[in-house]
Design a protein around this ligand. Structure first.
Ligand code: MN
Length: 248
């Protein structure tokens, strides 16, 4: 009960201060959610729901499933700042979570319970998502303790029009913001391309390997391709080199 202390200190028959409500937590502004595909030591999807000024977070090894029969393990992690929602890039080697982070989906979420804090405390939170990829009704439910660690949760899709047996993690592997795959983020941002590629669909990686320019780090590949095109295409007349370009 996030408002318990606030309420205990006030007498609402006397003060005109509002009693406050947790039923509609953010009527003035929608609550945000983000799913970040994270190729760290192991691939996982960081599922984050904005609540009470932070992003409550779960790491989902296999990512969300649209199939109501499939329960996806969701390990709670520490709440993240809301600003983290915009992060897509590289966490340097040796740092916590080292690897490549992709903004896989984002949008707003709407609680389907009257009291989100109570749902989080109780270990059962029903909500709907309005993202680019994820929509419809879902539940996060706590399953009890595993050994000494934090209790694990499950993310489960409810039955509705958005339910499907298709594999959305496989079918829609790109960043919702930049449309890049993990290896392309690593390539552009100076990360470990090979490690990142292990989190992309193998068929797309195989296709990319056929065009070495796609996997070469951006700056190097640009310089080389300009240099080559000036030397090889210039004499053919298809694409004359600008004057002076050979000196570069
Ligand atoms: Mn993570």
């Amino acid at each position: 009960m996030p408002l318990a202390e606030y309420r205990r200190k006030r007498r609402f028959g006397v003060t005109s201060e509002p009693r406050g409500s947790t039923r509609k937590p953010a009527k003035r502004r929608a609550l945000r959610f983000v799913v970040q595909k994270h190729r760290a030591t192991a691939l996982h999807y960081d599922f984050r729901l904005e609540w009470a000024g932070v992003m409550h977070s779960w790491a989902i090894p296999k990512g969300p499933s649209l199939d109501p029969k499939v329960k996806r393990l969701a390990m709670p992690t520490e709440p993240h700042p809301i600003e983290y929602n915009a992060f897509e890039g590289i966490i340097p080697e040796g740092e916590y979570g080292a690897g490549t982070v992709m903004i896989w989906d984002r949008g707003i979420w709407v609680p389907e319970v009257p009291d989100v804090a109570a749902g989080l405390a109780k270990g059962e939170l029903k909500f709907s998502l309005h993202g680019d990829k994820l929509t419809g009704s879902w539940v996060l439910v706590r399953t009890g303790r595993r050994g000494e660690g934090r209790p694990s949760w499950l993310l489960i899709k409810h039955r509705d029009e958005a339910a499907s047996t298709s594999d959305i993690a496989e079918d829609q592997p790109r960043s919702v913001v930049s449309k890049r795959l993990l290896f392309e983020i690593a390539r552009d941002e100076g990360g470990n391309i090979q490690k990142a590629a292990e989190g992309d669909p193998p068929a797309l990686v195989r296709k990319a390997i056929q065009n070495p320019d796609l996997i070469a780090p951006a700056k190097t590949s640009k310089r080389k391709s300009v240099w080559h095109s000036n030397r090889t295409r210039g004499p053919t007349g298809r694409r004359p080199a600008p004057s002076g370009s050979k000196k570069r």
